[in-house]
Design a protein around this ligand. Structure first.
Ligand code: NAP
Ligand code: GDD
Length: 328
């Protein structure tokens, strides 16, 4: 029997790298769309998938450009398409709403259209997000909670969610959205708050920095581990019928708590090093996220295994070791 083919947009990102590993282990032929800039600079731009380059197929392409996606979709004709590529940093979406909306909305429309026209039967995963709940009307949030996005990023994802739903209803595409709450790992981008904290705690411990400047310490997030969340993307595409699912741990913690644990992991008192600056506050904030993943637990067998404390510890330890090695 021939191997199932998966096409991943955003394969160079945190989730793309863990998803590739997971699908390879399950016997998939894995293809990824990568921007030209990353192909020219693999050491930096493809660092998360460097160890997989002998096993996966990389295609140069631009998701904002239908002709480019058309080309890749025609070549690969995947069984499953995981659309993860996006401008994913909420703060940046206020700085450059135009690019965020362009990449996130047209990237999704182009990929969905290419699936519908060129790979009938291909199942499509859309990377939805708890940011779509935004100014939450209830807690915890589940699949029936209304959307009230608070940023251009959130708005772009609500548009993508509705597009996936519309292609499902109108064209019969097996399109699903995972509504994933924040998920982190040692592969998280450095600008996101968890990695910013873990990397700065490590730098401070090693004498390479003397402070960490943050924004809103009171924001609450439901933080899980990326490696576990990507498995649910695959599970959603392998259900009998297409449905959307919330994936979350069900616990919420403040940024302050993350700081406290991260610095304590290295024997430091966070209050001596963390400074708050307006610069890192957002024009409109999502104050509280906490998910109810009962549906996924029941239908997909979802179980969050990594504890909050375990996640913080893994990220801090990893950054500390990385920095120590680079110094040596
Ligand atoms: P990430 O690490 O920021 O990765 C984003 C990926 O998208 C990278 O491969 C990036 O490529 C690619 N990308 C960005 N702009 C692009 C463009 N203009 N054209 C083509 N590719 C582009 O994000 P992640 O944490 O893995 O998240 C994956 C997806 O899940 C995203 O859609 C994100 O919005 C969504 N999501 C994430 C979370 C979370 O907590 N992590 C939660 C809910 C939903 P380069 O490497 O070339 O920049
Ligand atoms: N990045 C950042 N930097 N965030 C800070 C800082 C800081 O210096 N100080 C406080 N925060 C607060 C933010 O205001 C926000 O409330 C919280 O920390 C988390 O910020 P991020 O780590 O940037 O993540 P996010 O929650 O905005 O978005 C992430 O999760 C979404 C799912 O809910 C991203 O991965 C999105 O792509 C994803 O959809």
């Amino acid at each position: 029997m021939s191997r199932k083919k998966a096409l991943i947009t955003g394969i160079t990102g945190q989730d793309g790298s863990y998803l590739s590993e997971y699908l390879l282990k399950r016997g998939y032929e894995v293809h990824g769309i990568v921007r030209r800039a990353a192909i020219e600079d693999p050491a930096n731009r493809m660092s998360r998938i460097g160890h997989l380059l002998g096993e996966i197929h990389i295609h140069s392409g631009q998701i904002e450009n239908y002709a480019s996606i058309y080309q890749v979709m025609t070549t690969v004709r995947p069984d499953e398409c995981y659309h993860l590529a996006a401008q994913s940093f909420v703060y940046e979406s206020f700085e450059d709403a135009f690019s965020t909306l362009n990449v996130n909305i047209f990237g999704t429309l182009n990929t969905l259209t290419a699936v519908r026209e060129l790979a009938p039967g291909c199942r499509f995963y859309f990377a939805g997000t708890s940011e779509m709940f935004g100014k939450v009307s209830e807690s915890p949030q589940d699949e029936s909670t209304p959307f009230h996005p608070r940023s251009p990023y959130g708005i772009s994802k609500v548009a993508g969610f509705h597009m996936a739903q519309n292609f499902r209803e109108v064209y019969g595409v097996f399109a699903v959205s995972g509504i994933l709450f924040n998920h982190e790992s040692p592969r998280r981008g450095y600008e996101f708050v968890t990695r910013k904290i873990s990397s700065h705690a490590a730098k401070i411990k090693l004498g390479l920095a003397d402070e960490l400047v943050l924004g809103n310490l009171d924001a609450r997030r439901d933080w899980g581990h990326s490696r576990e969340y990507v498995r649910m993307m695959h599970a959603m595409l392998n259900q009998d019928s297409p449905e959307d699912f919330v994936i979350a741990t069900g616990e919420t913690h403040t940024v302050r708590e993350f700081c406290e644990l991260a610095f304590a992991e290295l024997g430091l008192d966070w209050e001596k090093y963390v400074r708050v600056d307006e610069r890192f506050m957002r024009p409109s904030e999502v104050e509280l996220l906490v998910g109810d993943a009962s549906k996924a637990r029941e239908k997909l067998g979802w179980l969050s295994e990594t504890t909050f404390r375990g996640l913080v510890s893994e990220m801090v330890r990893s950054d500390y070791e990385l920095l120590k090695q680079s110094l040596a």
